[in-house]
Design a protein around this ligand. Structure first.
Ligand SMILES: Nc1nc2c(ncn2[C@@H]2O[C@H](COP(=O)(O)OP(=O)(O)OP(=O)(O)O)[C@@H](O)[C@H]2O)c(=O)[nH]1
Ligand SMILES: [Mg+2]
Ligand SMILES: [Zn+2]
Length: 319
């Protein structure tokens, strides 16, 4: 019997698929799916959020086809600093870019979670996620969590000024949870961010029946413990699906061409379209509207500096 289902978890040998009216099944993948994924430069044929066709036998299934993705959030598997440069060595050896790992597919919203403190707020990581969401035309919200801790919640003001939807939350005081909850009720929502910022805690605050594991940060020098180890799609009581993901320390933007970065960068608006050259990288080019705005103060200096840092990393092949 052929059915349609939604992928809720991906293991090394099998995947979990939710089928309406039946429930969640452990499924194998048909062998033909692997060479197709490899040809497309992907680490795996399926990702959480994928809609698939499957054959069911007893209480198990086999995925035979993956429906085209509406969008995806992905990153290059093991590359750059994270893998000690192995990615690029392999590049040279085998003559192809490292495969792309799709974190989740068919998303309606991405919540970029950061914390005010413990671990510290990291503007570069926030912007990388926001750019990746913009590149896939996925609605994004910046969630500043742990606002109960000492610090200055005004750190998010430049993103507010840039027109990014921002909410401030605390799972300790309950602040902002009422504002967060409705965002999770609509379709599939992915939470991403550094380990320890409180992604799983926020989901527990919205739906205590989830009972997700959460972990102390301070024990590991503010780096987070990587408590969540797998990407999983979870149904919320009262509607909506959420994807909890393991903390990510660095996030590359390999899919984003260098000359497109500024057009997707939060806060740059239409400025890059006013540059003299279409492929302007806003370095030292004559007639650059972005540099002019940074110089005359209409563009926030910190925003421009974060852009420069990400652009230069991208240019150096470090995502
Ligand atoms: N003070 C304070 N602590 C929080 C808040 N939210 C979460 N925490 C704590 O922060 C720590 C990490 O929370 P998690 O929910 O495990 O963080 P995570 O983002 O899921 O981390 P990974 O799964 O490792 O990616 C836990 O000790 C939580 O109790 C908050 O709003 N305020
Ligand atoms: Mg977690
Ligand atoms: Zn320019």
């Amino acid at each position: 019997m052929a059915e349609r289902g939604l992928v809720t978890g991906v293991g090394s040998r099998s995947v979990r698929v939710f089928v309406d009216g039946i429930g969640t099944l452990r499924c194998t993948l048909r062998g033909t799916l692997w060479p197709e994924a490899e040809a497309a430069g992907l680490t795996r044929p399926v990702a959480v959020g994928d809609r698939v066709e499957l054959e069911i036998e007893g209480d198990e299934g086999a995925v035979c086809a993956v429906e085209p993705r509406r969008n995806r959030l992905s990153r290059q598997a093991a590359t750059g600093h994270a893998a000690g440069g192995r990615g690029r060595d392999r590049d040279r050896q085998y003559g192809g870019p490292p495969p792309v790992q799709v974190i989740a597919a068919n998303l309606d919203r991405i919540l970029v979670v950061a914390s005010l403190n413990d671990p510290p707020f990291r503007p570069g990581l926030v912007d990388r996620f926001l750019v990746a969401a913009a590149a896939e035309e996925i609605d994004a919200t910046l969630v500043l969590n742990k606002v109960d801790l000492p610090g200055e919640p005004e750190v998010v003001q430049p993103w507010r000024d840039a027109g990014v939807h921002v909410i401030c939350t605390s799972t300790e005081t309950g602040e902002g949870i009422d504002e967060l909850a409705p965002l999770l009720r609509d379709g599939i929502c992915l939470l991403v961010g550094h380990s320890g910022v409180g992604k799983s805690s926020l989901l527990n605050a919205v739906d205590p029946t989830l009972k997700l594991d959460t972990g102390e940060v301070t024990l590991h020098h503010g780096r987070g413990r990587h408590t969540t180890t797998h990407v999983s799609l979870l149904p919320l009581e009262g509607g909506g699906w959420v994807v909890d993901s393991p903390g990510i320390r660095a996030f590359g933007l390999e899919d984003v061409p260098l000359e497109v970065l500024a057009r997707l960068f939060p806060g740059f608006g239409d400025l890059p379209h006013d540059c003299k050259f279409r492929d302007c990288l806003h370095r030292e080019e004559p007639g650059c509207a972005v540099i002019a705005a940074a110089e005359n103060g209409t563009l926030d200096e910190d925003r421009f500096e974060t852009y420069e840092r990400i652009r230069d990393d991208l240019a150096a092949g470090e995502g």
